[in-house]
Ligand binder design. Structure first.
Ligand SMILES: *[C@@H]1O[C@H](CO)[C@@H](O)[C@H](O)[C@H]1NC(C)=O
Ligand SMILES: *[C@@H]1O[C@H](CO)[C@@H](O)[C@H](O)[C@H]1NC(C)=O
Ligand SMILES: *[C@@H]1O[C@H](CO)[C@@H](O)[C@H](O)[C@H]1NC(C)=O
Ligand SMILES: *[C@@H]1O[C@H](CO)[C@@H](O)[C@H](O)[C@H]1NC(C)=O
Ligand SMILES: *[C@@H]1O[C@H](CO)[C@@H](O)[C@H](O)[C@H]1NC(C)=O
Length: 454
């Protein structure tokens, strides 16, 4: 049995753009900060007190389950497969209903109703995240609503009605399969830099408290490998602590494992290799981070578990980003490879962009930008352009500056995007999914980047 409950889509858990929708006794809307607000009114008579108590007990598991379900909508790969599996599961259960004793039937119908509501929310959010106006989605809505009506109308649970539901589920399943084929065509131009830079940043698509479940772990980072080795394409990394120091990294085989806090590997950084600043990334199955002593860029090769470091004499320890201390070296990876951003005294505290040669682990080329490091909240590279951010207000951040390493030209911009908490310690772009990953005062947050293709 799959425990799925729409009524647990609380604003704190899910922050996914969703079109306003309404059906029966479920309403949802988008709140001021872009969070999904969801209200579910269940008919009292259908929910006996003993079940309510049970629901409370399992609510933690359900919250987790819903979070997983929510994320499935934001990832392009494989999400519909999961729905199909759930749906198949429902279909099997509907078939089982036909042979089960009458007293179990009411309970199962209630679950069916709830799960249908969830399917509707999933389709709605899927539509929003793909920004598709495909008639397939509209047709899916119709199917789901029709099915909800049928289930609701079933006052007497006779076998002919059950047969109707079974047929309807099979139809719905077929629609989802078509939808899955369609979404393969909608995939964005991953790796394509034929554009004039960032056009906009989406609303935050994931909000989840860190794997330590500790709000005090304000300093950290999370994300995916920007150049994964074979077999590790779905891997996520995470690290956090209550100070700016970096002591360990956790690796998860995929998003579900990240949410379930079930790491396949934990690297405790040995003495002498402890890091700081939290502007690390994973690139080519290697973690790049800032090392304390000697002050240098450091890497942990996850394939060989070997550490290495390089001092960059020009990089200064005096300048950090505005939200956290010790953020002197900021690692970044884009369509063009690996970079490190730091301020130098030679460039008067302004950010220097350095391209790293992965083989030698040395700086290949450097560019002086005009962005004062201490004024910036963070910075990242995308298609060879450095973007710097700063605060607009407590809940809004903006990209205010861009420096193109191809043309040596700088540009002032104002591309704003909402944030969940005021401060964050790690913001980087990932070219494999064109997303920004932010560690926002203990929360995992991500955004989709839209480029200006003119
Ligand atoms: C919503 O639930 C109430 C009982 O709580 C019921 O009277 C009403 O008909 C329901 N509305 C819809 C649209 O199902
Ligand atoms: C969705 O696409 C339409 C046109 O295709 C565009 O006008 C709209 O801004 C897009 N919305 C988002 C959130 O990308
Ligand atoms: C809705 O369900 C009814 C059965 O109650 C069926 O006859 C009808 O064709 C369905 N409509 C759609 C659009 O699927
Ligand atoms: C880049 O995009 C422009 C406009 O979309 C197009 O005309 C041009 O052919 C593209 N260039 C390449 C190399 O794909
Ligand atoms: C990591 O180690 C593996 C195995 O020794 C090696 O093939 C790879 O080149 C190393 N990568 C980096 C970035 O050091």
């Amino acid at each position: 049995m799959v425990p799925i409950l729409l009524l647990l889509l609380s604003p704190a858990l899910a922050w996914i753009p969703v079109e306003d929708w309404e059906s029966g006794n479920v309403t949802a809307s988008v709140g001021d900060a872009g969070q999904c607000l969801c209200h579910v009114y269940l008919p009292e008579t259908s929910f006996p007190a003993d079940r309510v108590q049970h629901m409370q007990q399992v609510s933690k598991d359900l919250i987790l389950e819903v979070e997983i379900q929510m994320n499935k909508m934001t990832s392009y790969e494989g999400m519909l497969e999961v729905y199909l599996k759930d749906l198949l599961d429902l279909t099997v259960r509907v078939a089982m209903l036909e042979s089960s004793p009458d007293n179990y039937i009411k309970l199962d119908f209630e679950l069916l109703r709830i799960e249908l509501r969830e399917f509707e929310a999933l389709v709605s959010q899927l539509k929003g995240s793909l920004n598709s106006s495909s008639p397939l989605f509209d047709s899916l809505y119709t199917e789901i609503r029709n099915m909800t009506l049928i289930v609701n109308q079933l006052e007497t649970y006779d076998k002919s009605n059950l047969e109707v539901i079974r047929i309807e589920f099979a139809k719905l399943q077929k629609k989802l399969e078509e939808c899955q084929k369609e979404q393969e065509i909608i995939k964005p131009d991953i790796g394509n830099c034929n554009h004039t830079g960032i056009l906009s940043i989406s609303k935050p698509t994931v909000v989840q408290l860190n794997a330590h479940l500790a709000a005090s772990y304000q300093y950290g980072g999370w994300g995916k490998d920007s150049k994964p080795v074979r077999g590790y394409e779905s891997m996520y990394f995470y690290g956090a602590y209550s100070s700016a120091n970096v002591y360990d990294f956790y690796l998860y085989t995929n998003y579900e494992k990240l949410i379930l806090r079930s790491a396949f590997k934990q690297h405790d950084i040995p003495n002498g290799w402890v890091g700081t600043g939290n502007n690390y990334i994973v690139h080519g199955n290697t973690i790049y981070y800032q090392k304390n002593s000697p002050f240098s860029m450091s890497k942990l090769n996850l394939t060989s578990s070997r550490y290495d470091y390089r001092v960059i004499p020009a990089a200064s320890e005096k300048f950090s980003y505005s939200y956290s201390a010790s953020q002197n070296m900021d690692f970044s990876a884009d369509e063009n490879g690996l970079w490190v951003l730091y301020a130098s005294e030679g460039n008067k505290g302004k950010i220097v962009v350095a391209k790293i040669d992965e083989k030698s682990f040395g700086v290949e080329e450097e560019w002086n930008t005009g962005a004062f490091k201490q004024l910036a909240g963070n910075a990242f590279m995308a298609c060879g352009v450095m973007y710097a951010t700063r605060s607009v207000d407590l809940n809004t951040e903006e990209i205010y500056y861009a420096f193109d390493t191809k043309t040596n030209q700088e540009k002032h911009l104002s591309i704003s995007f909402p944030k969940f908490q005021e401060k964050y310690t790690n913001l980087h772009y990932n070219p494999t999914d064109q997303k920004l990953y932010m560690y926002n005062s203990g929360y995992y947050v991500s955004y989709s980047v839209r480029f200006n293709k003119q």
